[in-house]
Design a protein around this ligand. Structure first.
Ligand code: NAD
Length: 512
């Protein structure tokens, strides 16, 4: 495969399974992992499979690197991240193309994802001078108390296929300025994007004399590499992005060794449309939320909870808008929607639609698998609109595909909020309303129970400046902006006695 962007990114026919910064190693003696494009079904490249000895090498190298990296001043660590950001700017176009080609999102979204990496680098550079702790007044005379934040060690990053590069950057850049080192296991559905990044940033490590091991990747199956990581006591923090099923496995393994975890798992995101909603804003937000990334964003809109007075109007407007969605090659910028990631995802979508039918839901638009010229990979589907009820079993689940369930409510917004919250997941939510009372109710303590709650914008996507994450089955912890950095550091409370007495706390007298 000799696509120009692969050449620009240094991706040949066979890539090595591990890299500890600038040095790639490992081999293909244990077989290879192949990466196919869902856009045209073609083989993009092969990667040797990592062995247990490769895993040991990566973690031992990271452990050694941490002993050095933790003592580098944080702003100097930020300088490395700044230079990585510069490198990412240089490869934004080819990397965005590879993201699009390897996992199927539209080129615009592929480029947007790389932009997100660049933005998080900039954010982390600023953060490297702002890792603040608090001081507090001691109850004892001549004592000073404060807290400081120290680097934690190795951060294990496990990423999902749908944001194959941005999730790594959210974690690795914050970890790096916090003085941690990171080991990344990319998704086996999009491993070449990881290799492309390290091909580019290797120079930055070399130019700055950064020891091997500050940032690494290892390509291998979740059940081998992933399992080794989550059970490894040398890795104090695992940040895992993926399905709730895998997240529960990660949580169990980490909890058994009292390791920490950040879990960014499945969502089942709803938009509430109230009688006062401005449909000029609502309809495009819904269509992008459901069809963007072919419904394969954790924040994709999966449910609409529509007031009965608006229902027919919204339904008609959506069907009309869906007929204009152009589906096809994700690298062709005239298309809105590319393929699903693989034929397994297509089958999951078809199975979900069958379950919906059996539960009495009606498919009112789309859902078919597309065939014919341009659709040979078998991964293209028509986005689908289904009339359903929130309590149906299939509506309670996250199906990672462009299926939108329309549900109705009557009465006050409280009833819509109850439906919105009435699923096991808690990632993203939105309300379209111009009524301040409804909006405030939605944002109140009785309102949305999700990690993200938006007003007059959709559920899909988030800015890197905010803390990103969810509640309930979506997991725990936050990534990216705000004070998410605290998850990557250990907090230490310090008490200093600068007096000549030794007063005990709580007034305790202890004469010896
Ligand atoms: P997945 O759960 O199949 O895989 C996620 C990652 O976990 C992969 O790298 C996989 O190899 C690894 N893995 C599998 N078994 C493992 C094990 N036993 N131990 C350790 N790691 C293991 O998910 P996917 O299909 O790649 O991604 C889609 C899912 O990710 C959806 O549910 C989506 O909602 C979720 N997601 C969530 C967020 C978020 O921020 N909340 C973001 C992106 C994706």
């Amino acid at each position: 495969m000799s696509l120009p962007f692969l050449k620009q990114l240094g991706i040949g026919e066979l890539s090595l399974p591990i890299c500890t910064g600038a040095r790639h190693s490992g081999d293909d003696s244990d077989g290879v992992q192949e990466s196919f494009s869902p856009a045209d079904g073609k083989l993009i490249g092969k990667i040797g499979k990592a062995k247990q000895s490769d895993y040991e090498h990566v973690v031992a190298t990271a452990e050694k690197a941490f002993l050095h990296w933790r003592s580098v001043p944080a702003p100097k660590r930020g300088e490395l991240v700044r230079q990585i950001g510069v490198k990412l700017r240089e490869i934004k176009d080819p990397l965005g193309r590879l993201v699009s080609y390897e996992m199927g999102k539209s080129l615009q979204e592929g480029l947007g994802e790389v932009q997100e990496m660049i933005d998080v680098c900039d954010f982390a550079v600023g953060l490297s001078r702002q890792l603040y702790g608090l001081t507090m007044h001691s109850e004892r005379p001549d004592h000073r108390m404060y807290e400081q934040w120290h680097p934690m060690g190795i951060v294990g990053i496990i990423s999902a296929f749908n944001f194959p590069v941005a999730v790594w950057a959210w974690n690795a850049m914050l970890a790096a300025v916090c003085g941690d080192v990171s080991v990344w296991k990319p998704s086996k559905k999009a491993p070449l994007t990881a290799i492309a990044i390290f091909n580019a940033i290797g120079e930055v490590f070399k130019d700055n004399d950064v020891p091997e091991g500050v940032m690494s990747y290892i390509v291998g199956p979740g059940a081998v590499v992933g399992e080794s990581m989550i059970n490894d006591t040398r890795i104090p923090l695992i940040s895992a992005t993926g399905s709730t099923r895998v997240g529960i496995r990660v949580a169990e393994a980490c909890a058994r060794r009292l390791g920490k975890s950040i879990l960014e798992l499945g969502g089942n995101n709803a938009i509430i449309i109230t009688p006062s909603a401005d449909l000029k804003l609502t309809i495009p937000a819904v269509v992008f939320g459901c069809v963007g990334t072919a419904g394969q964003r954790c924040t994709s809109t999966r449910r609409l909870i529509i007031h009965e007075s608006m229902y027919d109007q919204v339904k008609a407007a959506l069907i009309k808008a869906y007929t204009t969605v152009r589906i096809g090659d994700p690298l062709d910028t005239t298309n809105h929607m590319g393929p699903l990631v693989d034929t397994g995802a297509v089958k999951d979508m078809q199975d979900a639609l069958e379950s919906a039918r059996q539960e009495g839901a009606s498919i009112i638009y789309g859902g078919e698998v597309l065939s014919g010229a341009g659709f040979e990979s078998g991964c293209y589907v028509k986005p689908c609109i289904v009339e359903a009820k929130n309590e149906m079993e299939i509506v309670q689940q996250e199906t990672f595909a462009p299926i939108l369930y329309l549900c109705k409510y009557s009465g006050d917004v409280e009833l819509a909020i109850a439906q919105q919250n009435g699923v096991p997941q808690g990632l993203s939510s939105a309300i379209f309303s111009t009524n301040v009372l409804e909006v405030e109710e939605f944002l109140s303590t009785r309102g949305s129970d999700c990690g993200l709650a938006n007003v007059n914008i959709g559920t899909s996507g988030a800015e890197i400046g905010g803390a990103f994450g969810g509640e309930k089955e979506t997991g725990w912890g936050r990534e990216s902006g705000s004070d998410s950095w605290r998850y990557y550091m250990r907090r230490q409370t310090n008490t200093i006695n600068y007096g000549k007495e030794l007063p005990l706390a709580q007034g305790i007298e202890f004469d010896v």
